[in-house]
Write a protein that binds this ligand. Structure first.
Ligand code: F0G
Length: 340
């Protein structure tokens, strides 16, 4: 991905590019969703990245720059995906990786990824915001580089998703719907659209609609949330680091930051899986839940960002759909149950 968009990224011949072939993710037409909304809706399937989330776009650049600077160790706080991506890219670069995750609130697949890629994983008795505060302080006292989205290279890498959308559609869409947690990604997409428009690659900018989970919606409520809570653990964040970036994207684009309930998130999650055959994680479905709530003008083009893969969080998937029935290993029993 760095090679494709080198001219827009802070890299030089001296930057060792650490890549796992991230980016170039599908921009998939969503016919049934389009029919429901009455507009053309496309899904940017970021779960198709190497570690299953959009974080890889930011991590390829953050780790390449860390390697260029001669850093030895990186650290992050994470609700799961950042830790999975940091572990993989740091491992590829031969850097030590430490991650702090909130105890009990990280999807199983993400925890497995951080572990198999060899990160030093600590579960913190606290939430993501507590973990990020520790990480930031730690980096002031010890020789480690933070690879959360407070690292500007993360934002620069992630903005390439907006470039890809414009490259495929030929211009920016009318509306971009995106989940908001720590608010780095909405900041990155907006930066990408603005830079591409300024470079003459697009003629216009989209309205940016960011969606927080109702139980973790500090930007919508206008104040930090001490105990955020939502089934979408990836965006269970009460004190977003890029708060200003999110509100700037919304106001400059004529968009908004809005809240969606867990019920609406899970309904959108099931709809995407059953009607569009796209399996995303619950946080990702917030973009579609939000679109279904606010709607879009007839004839408009809308892109919803599906930030992470559904396989990350198998527990939620199985809890949402009935556990399969057990039958005897017998054709008759199978035919009876399937009514075939
Ligand atoms: N969707 C998924 C699947 C995420 O993992 C995240 C953030 C977001 C949306 C929100 O993006 O934070 O840039 O506003 N996950 C971070 C993590 C916090 O630690 O993996 P954001």
């Amino acid at each position: 991905m760095i090679e494709e968009y080198r001219d827009f990224l802070p890299v030089s011949a001296a930057t060792p590019v650490i890549s796992l072939a991230e980016g170039a993710t599908p921009l998939l037409e969503a016919p049934r969703l389009s029919e429901r909304v009455g507009a053309r809706v496309l899904l940017k399937v970021e779960g198709a990245n190497p570690t299953g989330s959009f974080k890889d776009r930011g991590m390829t650049l953050a780790i390449s720059k860390a390697a260029e600077a001669g850093d030895r160790a990186v650290v992050c706080a994470s609700t799961g995906n950042t830790s999975a991506s940091a572990a993989a890219y740091a491992g590829r670069a031969g850097l030590t990786c430490a991650v702090l995750i909130p105890e009990g609130y990280i999807a199983l697949g993400k925890l497995a990824q951080a572990l198999v890629h060899g990160a030093r994983v600590l579960q913190v008795r606290g939430n993501f915001d507590d973990a990020l505060a520790i990480v930031r302080e730690l980096a002031e006292q010890a020789p480690v580089t933070v690879v959360n989205s407070v690292n500007p290279h993360r934002i620069d890498g992630q903005k390439t998703a907006a470039f890809e959308v414009v490259d495929v559609l030929g211009d920016a869409p009318d509306i971009l719907c995106i989940p908001v947690g720590n608010a780095g990604n909405i900041t990155a997409w907006w930066k990408g659209y603005c830079e591409y428009r300024n470079a003459g690659q697009a003629t216009r900018l989209p309205r940016m609609l960011g969606f927080q989970a109702a139980g973790a919606a500090p930007i919508v409520e206008g104040h930090p949330i001490e105990s955020p809570d939502t089934v979408a653990t990836a965006i269970r964040i009460g004190r977003p680091a890029s708060w200003y970036g999110a509100t700037a994207a919304a106001s400059e684009s004529g968009g908004a930051i809005l809240a969606v309930t867990d019920e609406a998130i899970l309904a959108a999650y099931r709809f995407l899986a059953s009607a569009e055959s796209v399996f995303c994680e619950p946080a990702s479905a917030a973009s579609v839940a939000g679109l279904l709530e606010v709607g879009a003008p007839a004839g408009s083009t809308v892109v919803c960002v599906l930030t992470g893969h559904g396989l990350k969080d198998p527990d939620i998937a199985i809890s949402q759909i009935a556990v399969p029935m057990v039958v005897d290993a017998d054709l008759g029993a199978v035919r009876t149950e399937l009514a075939l």
